[in-house]
Design a protein around this ligand. Structure first.
Ligand SMILES: Cc1ncc(COP(=O)(O)O)c(C=O)c1O
Length: 367
């Protein structure tokens, strides 16, 4: 059997992409805030229901700039979750800030807001939450804590394109949010990402930081970076915007199939999206409980033996990385839930064109 991957990139009709590429060739403007870039940025504001959106060449650079734009004191601490992709804590360190890992909630697997306060010191400047697999953090409680201690809030929303909480676009929470448009994401621009925020003053700052800190031809105002999205990526995004909802509808059916078969299996827990949250359909995680006959790793091996490339997202946790694990100022509290979940979670193949035969095979393996 051919290898079955966790996902497949959403790709528009090839001829459509060729046609828009021809348009770009004709303009001779292939990067640096071109026409397609500006159009995508504009349309995304509506799509994500936010007042400001700034495009980037990838989500990681966007997160670097998000932290930079918050003007946090050098060396100050950012409370975050270790149950995430490497880019989250690495972006903190690249900003000369210190990540401090907080435990997670067992159900949403997002940062446990009830455990944040005990980690706050006079040196804490921000909270960086991750809406992991599209499950929103406890945004209300995090907002209360941030107000009480005067902290900035940054969200890594890499997994939740189009997610809404009670009809509000998830990119409206906190001071600033980052979305990833990597090829593996529901909505992709090949590589790409964006920042969303409501503070008008941030717009110019982010524009400059994304472009080396250049204010004008003769003035470089601050230490920026090259975070610009090119025209071909923007064109891919404009085309994918037309088809991502269709992909979501297909994934909804895949989810229903999985839910139906897997929820009947003893020892398999399927984390449930809260009723007031719209699912982005980015990942399909399952949790292997104690009463399942084999361990997560054994199940993983069985899938791999069948050429089905499930993923242990997020194992290892970031708190296990060599660069973080021995620093007691970073890992300074017990991470019991993280250390339990990281050994139980498994993400199953999830894309619209998964055939019924494959879905059946995947479920049979778990059964
Ligand atoms: C939670 C999380 N944060 C950040 C990133 C980084 O985004 P990018 O790959 O667009 O740089 C990813 C994945 O790619 C991610 O899963």
């Amino acid at each position: 059997m051919n290898k079955v991957y966790l996902t497949r990139p959403l790709l528009p009709d090839f001829d459509d992409f060729i046609n828009v590429s021809k348009e770009i060739y004709e303009t001779q403007w292939i990067t640096n805030m071109g026409e397609k870039h500006n159009l995508l940025e504009h349309i995304l504001k509506d799509e994500l229901k936010v007042s400001h959106c700034s495009l980037f060449n990838n989500g990681t650079t966007a997160l670097l700039v998000a932290l930079k734009a918050m003007n946090l004191p050098v060396g100050s601490e950012v409370i975050t979750t270790p149950f995430t992709f490497a880019a989250t804590p690495h972006s903190i360190v690249w900003n000369c800030l210190k990540p401090v890992f907080c435990d997670i909630e067992p159900n949403t697997m997002t940062i446990d807001a009830d455990k944040i306060e005990e980690l706050i010191t006079t040196n804490t400047s921000a909270i960086l939450g991750v809406h992991v697999y599209g499950f929103p953090c406890n945004v209300k409680k995090i907002d209360e804590i941030a107000k009480k201690y005067n902290l900035k809030v940054i969200y890594d929303s890499a997994h939740c394109f189009s997610t809404e909480i009670d009809g509000v676009g998830i990119g409206n929470y906190g001071d600033i949010s980052m979305f990833s448009f990597h090829a593996t994401k529901l909505f992709n621009t090949i590589e790409g990402g964006c920042l969303t925020y409501n503070d008008d003053k941030l717009e110019k700052k982010i524009y400059n930081l994304r472009n080396f800190g250049i204010k004008n031809e003769e003035v470089v105002e601050e230490v920026g970076i090259n975070g610009k999205m090119n025209e071909f990526s923007a064109a891919m995004g404009l085309l994918n915007l037309q088809i991502y909802k269709e992909e979501q509808n297909k994934r909804k059916k895949v989810k229903e199939y999985y839910d139906d078969r897997l929820s009947k299996i003893q020892g398999i827990r399927v984390p449930k999206m809260p009723d007031n949250v719209t699912n982005s359909y980015q990942y399909y995680p399952i949790v292997i409980e104690d009463d399942y006959p084999i361990s997560r790793d054994e199940l993983y091996d069985r899938f791999r033996g069948n050429n089905i490339l499930v993923r242990k997202y997020f194992y290892p946790a970031c708190s296990d990385y060599e660069c973080y694990r021995d620093d007691t100022s970073i890992v300074r509290t017990s991470l019991d839930v993280v250390n339990d979940i990281k050994n139980r979670v498994l993400c199953l193949p999830y894309y619209g064109d998964l055939s019924i035969e494959l879905l059946d095979k995947i479920c049979q393996i778990v059964e």
